[in-house]
Design a protein around this ligand. Structure first.
Ligand code: URA
Length: 230
């Protein structure tokens, strides 16, 4: 949101008043004097007028977690442990998950309190490749490669999946890259061939791969460089 818009939304300031505050250099965003009414601010920006605080600006938080099998990617669940239970962080209710995984899927999970950031990551237009290691009950034939590239028709949603890249690794194992996140997408794609997925592990989301030093259930904050990737 623009700073002039943020200020004029506050009940105490008229538009004229806002213009003056900016010209008079009385507004600071994250410690810096701002005169440009177009300056973009975020939920996490600290905004001050003279010596008073207009918006506190909580720090944005970003984590990578190695989701183990047998836990729910939700913030709360009455029956099972959730990925948030694994995270030893204050104010966990402020955090949310960017891109869920099924109960028995393991792998890279991103958790944040920055809604803009997670939206960029998960919105369909972004078409970020998500890479999965897959093991199946039956042999994965070479015909899967072309079929996944052409797309699989999902009757429930009445759509055909976008081209996906399949790399065969062994008779019953493969690496699949998809750019969407439909419900049970990978399992349903293999289901087209009546081949049950028995192990599913997300290795990466876009340019960010799961840190190989993170054991299942372990987590760490993202570095600034990793945050800037999205
Ligand atoms: N596709 C699935 O079927 N399950 C997941 O957890 C992720 C992608």
């Amino acid at each position: 949101m623009r700073i002039d818009r943020f200020l004029s939304n506050l009940p105490q300031f008229s538009r004229q008043h806002v213009r003056l505050l900016l010209i008079e250099k009385r507004i600071r965003v994250d410690g810096q004097v701002i005169c440009d009414p177009h300056h973009e601010i975020r939920t996490f920006s600290r905004i001050e007028l003279d010596d008073g605080v207009l918006q506190d600006g909580k720090p944005a938080r970003y984590f990578m977690l190695h989701k183990p099998q047998g836990c729910v990617s939700a913030t709360r669940d009455p029956e099972h442990p959730t990925v948030l239970d694994l995270l030893d962080e204050p104010d966990k209710h402020e955090l949310h998950i960017a891109g869920r995984l099924d109960f028995n899927t393991s792998g890279l999970m991103l958790i944040t309190n920055d809604g803009q950031w997670s939206r960029r990551l998960t919105q369909p237009q972004t078409k970020l490749p998500k890479v999965y290691y897959v093991e199946t009950e039956h042999i994965i034939g070479p015909e899967y490669i072309d079929q996944f590239r052409q797309g699989i028709y999902f009757a429930y949603e009445n759509l055909t999946t976008l081209p996906a890249e399949l790399e065969l690794l062994g008779p019953c194992s493969a690496r699949l890259s998809i750019v969407e996140g439909r419900y049970h997408q990978v399992k349903r794609m293999f289901g087209y061939f009546d081949n049950k997925v028995i192990r599913l592990h997300r290795e990466s989301i876009g340019p960010l791969a799961l840190d190989s030093l993170l054991a299942p259930g372990a987590w760490r904050p993202l570095s600034d460089q990793e945050i800037q990737l999205f």
